[in-house]
Design a protein around this ligand. Structure first.
Ligand code: ASP
Length: 335
């Protein structure tokens, strides 16, 4: 029988209501989950439970917590066939993206899941999310980091939170689901990553200063000058459509020509969830090529943020990082 490690990090799935709103409640969750008869069924893999301390609303997740989760998986990698990470939905797509880069040569399923309604409330979506995630994690059929939620298994670094209150909270607009869970779980073998050749190893991330700037009509880049001139190592620029910005007076070009600006890596992503960046399509995007911005192609902002943390944690050469941004490392973009 396969063995799965459940790593509880917080999020609605394990929360109870308090006068300040929902909060993680480890003690309640532990006693309740061990009493859940469904998790003792014959077709559920054997499982163990660990918790990260403190349990968090996922809006508080940072590189520090990603490193904790990565270390737990690395330390117990040989003892389990798969991993289920219980996580808040708000930043689950960021954590899934980060894990995909941190866990190199991953050969086992790492499935992030959670719920919109706490597990022990009557209408909770957490029951199916947890049970199906356990089955997928024990199946031996997946060799990558995924999010399972609302009946869909999605590649983690292609995913974004799409609904604040719907049970199908996640979407993967530029990549098909890896499996759909109806009466049975149907795997989309063609879409899944193949077994890794390189041996498994995990990377810890550094808390590099990076930022995200969403372009809007009337933006004045001079208000954001420090982002490009040394305050940040990397900027994810969320542009219009296929990579367009309003910069009639070439302000961004003069800012990025300033001293120290060459150390900042700018990655161009799109505000459109679906489709890809093409900086040669319009004159309005050509400036970004001139200033040496990297093409984020069809990468989500979540994946771009995680990839920058990963690249800055593993490489010191800015030119190499600029080049790697647009390369497919873990199936996060289409080259
Ligand atoms: N605020 C919660 C969290 O991300 C939302 C959720 O889990 O659904 O931790």
């Amino acid at each position: 029988m396969s063995r799965v490690l459940i790593i509880h990090t917080g999020g609605t799935i394990g929360m109870t209501r308090t006068e300040r709103g929902y909060e993680p409640n480890g003690e309640f969750f532990r006693s309740a989950i061990y009493g859940l008869s469904d998790l003792k069924a014959a077709d559920i893999p054997q499982w163990d439970l660990v918790e990260t301390e403190p349990l968090l609303d996922s809006s508080r997740m940072s590189v520090h917590e990603w490193n904790k989760i990565g270390k737990i998986i690395a330390d117990s990698y040989e003892d389990y066939d798969g991993f289920v990470v219980l996580h808040g939905t708000d930043t689950m797509a960021y954590t899934a993206s980060a894990m995909s880069f941190m866990l190199c040569g991953l050969d086992k399923p790492v499935i992030l899941t959670g719920s919109q309604i706490p597990l022990f409330e009557t209408r909770s979506d957490g029951r199916d999310n947890l049970i199906t995630s356990l089955m997928i994690a024990g199946s031996g059929r997946v060799h990558e980091v995924c999010i399972y939620f609302g009946g869909l298994l999605l590649r983690g670094n292609r995913t974004m939170k799409y609904s604040a209150d719907g049970m199908q909270a996640f979407t993967s607009p530029n990549y098909p689901p890896l499996a759909t869970a109806g009466i049975s779980i149907q795997y989309n073998e063609a879409a899944m990553r193949k077994r890794e050749e390189e041996p498994f190893r995990s990377v810890q991330l550094r808390e590099v200063p990076i930022g995200v700037l969403k372009v809007f009509p009337g933006i004045r880049f001079e208000h954001f000058r420090p982002m490009f001139t040394g305050a940040l190592r990397g900027v994810v620029l969320e542009t219009f459509g296929s990579g367009n910005i309003p910069d009639d007076n070439s302000v961004l070009a003069s800012i990025t020509a300033e001293k120290n600006a060459e150390r900042t890596v700018t990655v161009v992503c799109s505000q459109c969830p679906q489709g890809t960046v093409n900086m040669s399509a319009y004159e309005a995007g050509s400036m970004l090529r001139q200033i040496g911005a990297s093409n984020g192609r069809d990468m989500t902002t979540e994946a771009a943020v995680a990839k920058m943390y990963y690249l800055f944690s593993t490489c010191d050469d800015v030119d190499v990082i600029k080049d790697m941004i647009g390369k497919d490392l873990r199936g996060e973009l289409t080259e």
